[in-house]
Design a protein around this ligand. Sequence first.
Ligand SMILES: [Zn+2]
Length: 108
Amino acid sequence: MDNEDSSPEEEPEDSIDEYFRCLPTPEGWVFQVGIVEWDSPHTPHIKWKDFRKWQQEPSTKRKEQAKAAAVKRWFRTCSYCGELHNLGHMYNCKMCQGCATDVLGVVY
Ligand SMILES: [Zn+2]
């Protein structure tokens, strides 16, 4: 987080955008969070969970607030690489699976 070398498109915020979506439904707008789950150790899938609902199309600010709240609940920052990861991609509460492979030699 503290190095300025990375270009804007590599910010962690952007890399997790695929886990959020806001959709119109017959009842209103729903903001969903993608939770990574594993059918087996090698086959993850994303389960979409309703997180917020609105009667009308939410403003960008509301969506940002919903996203921030969802990040707190379903994402963790890896202590090793400093990136934000879906809980389903965390090896434990401090380390992501990528770092577990690099640091601990865990093979998936
Ligand atoms: Zn990591």
